[in-house]
Design a protein around this ligand. Structure first.
Ligand SMILES: NC(=O)c1ccc[n+]([C@@H]2O[C@H](COP(=O)([O-])OP(=O)(O)OC[C@H]3O[C@@H](n4cnc5c(N)ncnc54)[C@H](O)[C@@H]3O)[C@@H](O)[C@H]2O)c1
Length: 447
């Protein structure tokens, strides 16, 4: 099929590359000329494991452009994968979605196309997209569909090739049938697995949830809200564990082995960051408000998440009494390991609060420092080229992002460079007994 993807960010680019790999002719379009130039030359503008390798293998089926003319006019399926960042009132900013839908309406020249909202968009956006398209195209020439994305940054390619499920929603049967054909190689797992990313053992057919537009849109928000509250739940229990002297890691293991609960998203710590959970929970609350409904559980999950970040400053203040003049080193900037994405990253928030309290803040991250320099030029955070340099003259190190390389640092040499051997483990992944044996004082956000 001829596929056009509007937006070459984490979602659009991964979707485009995976669909090209499974045999479709894909044109990826983005207005940012710098990105398109890089992509044409075989580069990838984001850090996402395996994406560059897969794009190289799919190159014959992939093209890139800044111009809607190059992909929209005769496409069979057009994905809208533009950003939907939050506005100050918590509702998503739909200006990019509007521009994309209007661009499709103005440029489409064929007989029938399915326009798919892949971006996370508020319930009702499918109808809205339809109304924008009708300004340019007859109703019989298109179907609008919702195909929410569930990939995780850091394992986006794996999640796209081997998803837990694919959700498609449309109010037109032809729209659903087209998407079923498009995804058939993934649903039936008939594509050759890339050698660098083998198919998981026992993966058979991928479940397809085929539904109406509004249900597909709500599935995405409900999924993200549930994951957010699972994290906040374990963090709330973590606070109690700290007070009663229980080990939250053991508690999480003990409840996570119950198959009704499951162990994933039960790691206590600094809480969630990233471009999705905060934005999507806030959009869900804002949609519910339009119907005079309160989303009390989701609101509580957001409050707990915010509190976890406050805890870092509180813990350091309790430890040092005076924060002014202290030097604090942050291990990790990205909102989670294996990505360079800094959107809503806890490290940025924590750094700002510490600087406001008179601390000098240093940071290190294995991949996101170039992006940090570009996106936060006035942060006041000093970047260190490695963890050893980060440790120099620090009163405390805070582990913010659980990059695997931070688990096995040479703590003797790190400690020798610090002003005081204090570590706050924001992700509860360090070996506290080992650190204590090397003379460190270990603090955790939940114990
Ligand atoms: N990042 C994730 O992990 C993730 C996961 C699931 C869903 N989502 C959702 O997917 C959507 C995209 O997220 P992302 O992280 O890929 O965003 P992103 O900011 O990385 O990428 C968006 C891209 O769209 C481009 N763009 C803007 N206006 C455009 C237009 N009119 N036409 C074509 N391209 C345009 C931008 O230049 C940018 O490259 C959001 O709604 C997000 O909530 C994201």
């Amino acid at each position: 099929m001829r596929v056009c993807i509007l937006g070459t960010g984490y979602v659009g680019l991964t979707t485009g590359v995976c669909l090209a790999y499974t045999g479709h002719q894909v044109t990826c379009i983005d207005p940012v000329a710098e990105k398109i130039e890089l992509l044409r030359g075989g580069g990838i503008p984001i850090y996402e494991p395996h994406l560059e390798d897969l794009a190289a293998r799919a190159r014959g089926n992939l093209s890139f452009s800044t111009n809607y003319e190059d992909g929209v006019p005769l496409a069979d399926v057009i994905f809208i994968a533009v950003g939907t960042p939050p506005l100050p009132d918590g509702s998503p900013d739909l200006r990019y979605l509007r521009a994309a839908a209007q661009g499709v309406g103005a440029h489409y020249k064929g007989e029938f196309v399915v326009i798919v909202n892949k971006s996370t968009v508020p319930i009702g956006s499918g109808n809205w997209t339809g109304s924008l398209l009708r300004e340019h195209l007859p109703e019989s020439n298109f179907a609008v569909a919702s195909n929410p994305e569930f990939l995780r940054e850091g394992s986006a390619v794996f999640d796209s090739l081997y998803p837990d499920r694919i959700v498609v929603g449309s109010d037109k049967a032809r729209g659903l049938e087209t998407l079923y054909s498009l995804y058939r190689p993934i649903l039936d797992q008939t594509f050759p697995a890339p050698t660098f990313l083998p198919r998981p053992d026992g993966l058979g057919a991928v479940p397809l949830v085929s539904t109406d537009l509004a249900s597909a849109e709500l599935i995405k928000y409900a999924a993200n809200a549930f994951l957010s509250l699972k994290i906040s739940f374990i963090n709330e229990i973590g606070r109690l564990a700290e007070n009663v002297g229980a080990d939250i890691r053991q508690v999480a293991k003990g409840i996570g082995l119950d198959s009704r609960i499951g162990g994933k998203f039960l790691q206590a710590g600094l809480g969630w960051g990233g471009s999705c959970f905060g934005k999507d929970t806030s959009a869900l609350i804002s949609t519910a408000r339009e119907y005079n409904l309160a989303m009390s559980i989701v609101e509580a999950a957001r409050e707990v998440n915010q509190r976890q970040r406050d805890r870092v400053v509180e813990k350091l203040q309790a430890e040092f009494k005076i924060l002014k003049g202290r030097t604090i080193g942050l291990l990790g900037l990205a909102f989670k390991p294996h990505t360079d994405d800094l959107r809503e990253a806890p490290a940025i928030d924590i750094a700002r609060r510490l600087i406001e309290r008179g601390c000098k803040v240093k940071a290190h991250d294995p991949v996101s420092m170039p992006r940090f320099r570009k996106e936060h030029p006035d942060s006041g955070v000093l970047l260190a080229s490695d963890p050893g340099e980060l440790a120099a003259d620090c009163d405390a190190l805070v582990l913010v992002t659980e990059w695997p390389e931070y688990r096995d640092l040479d703590w003797d040499s790190i400690g020798a460079r610090m002003r005081s051997r204090t570590v706050l483990d924001g992700r509860l992944v360090l070996d506290a007994a080992h650190l204590t044996s090397r003379g460190f004082r270990c603090l955790g956000v939940c114990g």
